[in-house]
Design a protein around this ligand. Structure first.
Ligand code: SAH
Ligand code: SF4
Ligand code: F3S
Length: 464
């Protein structure tokens, strides 16, 4: 028997990269690869990269610089270390990567099922690059995780249901790096979900670059919207919680709203990026909706589910953004009231339409706007978290915490919640009486009485 080969994989960027990394590990397991925590002793290092902003992209090259040393060191010890670059930078800059660094394999997101073959080709030819968008569905070829792998990954899992994007926001590289929107068939997703649930997964996050554009083929041969898929998956025994990410405001249909009204398992927390509160900027971004359209979408969710809360993404300093436009963003944030949000400085990305626009906001102004926006978001987030103190909320317990005897789980709103309890509670959803807040973590005690969720949670929804 050949000894196992060690694989180290490092992911940057979004949840889909986290999921893809697991599928690469699963696909390489039958080839004899086992995961290792350090790059230095690995036989294969995969960097699973992100191209979304310049900073994210640049990280790859500094990491490759470090790996060059490790690779040379391994060679001096008579060992071969292969280096592979996967993810969105691989897709966008494949040729440049091999020019700049000692990389053996470059593999784009749609070709991960070819990894075993690419590694062999690289051993033979010195190098293998694959950044095509093959016609065949990679999901059909990626190996399934072994039961032990699922258990080791914990009770909360991601499942890709949709990949790619047809929206072409003018600032964004995703339509180019991930390709056109593709939805997986319901039956395939159901198989994956059953396997996960049978091996202890209790919480599922359906992921896609534009997950609510989902339109996969259902068992009836019809195209199913996301709401219907969620309803179907909520019936899988063992699945206690469902989430989905990331949605686009334009694709919120009645089936999704109905799912929030009807499904107990569907968590009342939605990531719904808006990017800006100014119609002028939204139009320049090609978001295809106005700030008012977005407000109306939020209203529809709230009408269906009173305890629903939202998070969002924002970009400050998009070309042409004036102080007045930026104030419209602050006004929108004030009006909606977020439980959390991410904000970014605009980063011009090669190949996107916005990269041709004259940048008008200086870095100093961007910094200043970012600070103001983050200040507002932080105050909303801490108000939201503080509102939990004194209430009893459902917590799905995930793992032992760093502090001895403490178990950590998450509320419906993804807030970490800590209690002192036995590890037996991992995988269970239990009511917790929240006593205090430590930075972003809630601390509490297991409550004896089951919680009346509507009553307890509605006081926590923001906006007030
Ligand atoms: N598919 C999701 C998320 C895309 S990337 C969506 O449609 O919302 C995640 C976030 O990164 C985006 O929501 C946006 O806020 C930010 N982002 C994308 N491109 C960017 C760029 N060129 N500069 C700064 N932020 C960017
Ligand atoms: Fe990028 Fe826009 Fe598609 Fe989101 S919807 S992935 S921001 S192009
Ligand atoms: Fe980054 Fe690609 Fe995800 S650019 S955010 S890794 S889709």
């Amino acid at each position: 028997m050949t000894p196992p080969r060690k694989l180290h994989i490092k992911s940057y960027g979004c949840q889909m990269n986290v999921y893809d990394a697991q599928r690469m590990v699963d696909t390489l397991a039958p080839e004899g690869f086992v995961e290792t925590a350090s790059a230095e002793d690995a036989d294969l290092v995969i960097l699973n990269t992100c191209h979304i902003r310049e900073k994210a992209s640049e990280k790859v090259y500094s990491e490759l610089g470090r790996l060059r040393t490790a690779k040379d060191e391994a060679a001096r010890g008579g060992r071969t270390m292969q280096i592979a670059v996967a993810g969105c930078v691989a897709q966008a800059e494949g040729e440049e990567i091999v020019r700049r660094a000692p990389v053996d394999v470059v593999v784009g997101p749609q070709s991960y099922h070819h990894l075993p073959e690419l590694l062999k080709r690289a051993s033979h030819d010195g190098r293998a690059i694959e950044t095509e968008f093959p016609a065949a569905d990679k999901f059909g070829f990626l190996a399934q995780p072994k039961p032990e792998a699922i258990r080791a990954r914990g009770i909360s899992a991601f499942v890709t249901v949709q990949e790619g994007c047809d929206k072409f926001c003018t600032f964004c590289v995703v339509p180019y790096t991930r390709g056109a929107e593709v939805s997986r068939p319901v039956a395939k997703i159901l198989d994956d979900v059953k396997r996960l649930a049978d091996n202890g997964v209790r919480e599922l996050t359906l992921i896609g670059q534009n997950v609510n554009a989902y339109h996969g083929e259902g068992p009836d041969g019809q195209s199913w919207p996301l709401g219907k898929l969620l309803e179907h998956l909520s019936q899988v025994p063992g699945i206690a919680r469902l989430r989905y990410s990331t949605s686009h405001p334009r694709d919120v249909d009645d089936s999704l709203i109905a799912a929030h009204r009807d499904l107990d398992a569907l968590m009342p927390f939605v990531h719904l990026p808006v990017q800006s509160g100014s119609d002028r900027i939204l139009s320049a971004m090609n978001r295809k909706h106005t700030a008012d359209d977005y407000r109306r979408v939020i209203d529809r969710f709230r009408a269906a589910r009173q305890d629903i809360a939202f998070s969002s993404d924002f970009i400050v300093g998009f070309p042409g953004e004036t102080e007045e436009d930026f104030r419209a963003t602050l006004a929108l944030v004030t009006q909606i009231g977020y439980a959390a949000a991410y904000s970014f400085k605009y980063s011009a990305r090669p190949g996107t339409p916005a990269a041709d626009l004259q940048e008008t906001v200086s870095l100093a102004e961007m910094d200043q706007r970012l600070e103001r926006l983050q200040g507002l978001i932080d105050s909303q987030q801490s108000a939201f978290n503080k509102a939990a103190i004194g209430t009893t909320v459902d917590v799905l317990f995930e793992r032992e915490a760093r502090k001895e005897g403490q178990i950590v789980g998450r509320t419906a709103y993804l807030q970490p919640a800590h209690v002192m309890a036995s590890p037996d509670i991992i995988g269970k959803t239990l009511p917790v009486r929240i006593d205090s807040l430590e930075r972003y973590s809630l601390l509490g005690e297991l409550a004896t009485k089951p919680v009346a969720r509507e009553a307890a949670l509605s006081s926590m929804a923001t906006g007030a």
